[in-house]
Design a protein around this ligand. Structure first.
Ligand code: AMP
Ligand code: MG
Length: 342
């Protein structure tokens, strides 16, 4: 299959949206930008199209996908909406928040992997909004990366992963946020934050003061335990290189790097630190700006493999507040390997 990439502009938007919609109606997959990361979209009401997502990504059959909507009518067609869900949706949609809700019969087991719940998001990116609304059906769209690999934050990343496997990629430029959505389950007694994102715990607590943080954010799952969000079972966001986090000060990071026998290794650090790092390094943003880190994290992880490194040591600071979403992605990329330094 030939894969076409189209750069979307305000001028060609209608034409491009028509092309994407036609493919989606025919059960094909389309790579599309959202404000979080690029998504691999299929008609959520077409079971065979949804199956194609799993096949193209190599996604485990028990990891459900998020359904993307463009208005509240679509929401009511697919999920039971309770009061807290509605309050959170009104505050944060359209935007980078996914809500886990009880599903309605229109949502198939292919989407939810037979769970009684469905994860739903209304993206704000104008291209994804236009595509969903023109398709007039919700779109299933997990991140457009091969399963386990870093998410795609440019159309080129999508092309690198799905060249020859999907017919169309819409290029909307680099993702505005670069980190996947915050996922909150609202089906239990209290809302539970399952995956941190740019909508932080503190922001959610303004609407849902009793929100809980899922243990799975920091802990590796014990086998045999029930899973709140199946995706957390799997290694994620990982380049081919082994990822090791080094937590603490810049001085401690440098001291640690100096103890290593320099082979085929590299480092990830923050802007302005690179000149002090004794091995090849890649910056993943401004230390004081989690938005800049979000925009650059996945490109930096993909760059590690471009350098051909076998190991990357990543400088990390705290594990809370605005940095939590970044820390969570890195912790999973590192399969929870963290070295603490002074
Ligand atoms: P992604 O593949 O990057 O779009 O990630 C989707 C995330 O949402 C994964 O961690 C999934 O496990 C999670 N998810 C999707 N549907 C559900 C659901 N019904 N209940 C809990 N988590 C879900
Ligand atoms: Mg993903």
């Amino acid at each position: 299959m030939e894969t076409e990439i189209i750069l979307v502009t305000e001028e060609n938007l209608d034409e491009v949206v028509q092309k994407a919609t036609k493919l989606l109606k025919n059960g094909e997959l389309v790579g599309m930008p959202t404000e979080t990361v690029y998504g691999l979209a299929a008609n959520a009401f077409d079971k065979d199209a949804v199956k194609k997502i799993y096949k193209a990504k190599g996604r485990p059959a028990d990891n459900p996908v998020i359904v993307h909507i463009s208005d509240f009518v679509m929401l009511r067609d697919i999920a039971e909406v309770n009061e807290i869900a509605l309050e959170l949706a009104k505050e944060f949609w359209p935007g980078p928040l996914t809500l886990v809700l009880n599903k309605k019969p229109s949502i198939s087991d292919e989407i939810t992997c037979s769970l009684p719940t469905v994860a739903v998001r209304m993206p704000s990116n104008y291209i994804s909004h236009a595509v969903i609304s023109a398709a007039d059906v919700p779109l299933a769209a997990p991140s457009a990366n091969l399963s386990g690999k870093p998410s795609s934050t440019t159309a080129k990343h999508v092309f690198d992963d799905f060249f020859g496997k999907i017919p169309l990629i819409l290029d909307g430029g680099p993702s505005e946020l670069g980190i996947e959505s915050t996922v909150v389950s609202v089906v239990g007694e209290k809302p539970v934050l399952l995956r941190p994102g740019m909508i932080t715990l503190e922001m959610l607590a303004t609407i849902a003061p009793d929100i809980q943080l899922s243990n799975s954010i920091f802990e590796e799952l014990e086998s045999g335990k029930p899973v709140e969000s199946p995706g957390i079972k799997y290694k994620h966001y990982s380049p081919n290189a082994e990822v090791i986090l080094v937590k603490g000060s810049l001085e401690g990071f440098i001291r640690h790097l100096k103890t290593l026998t320099h082979g085929n290794i590299c480092a990830m650090c923050f802007d302005t630190e690179q000149e002090k790092i004794p091995i090849p390094s890649i910056s993943y943003g401004d230390i004081n700006d989690h938005f800049s880190q979000g925009r650059r994290l996945f490109s930096a992880l993909r760059m590690v493999d471009k350098l051909g490194s076998s190991k990357v040591y990543v400088r990390v600071t705290e594990d809370e507040g605005d940095y939590l979403a970044i820390y969570n992605r890195l912790l999973r990329a590192a399969s929870f390997k963290v070295i603490e330094v002074e």
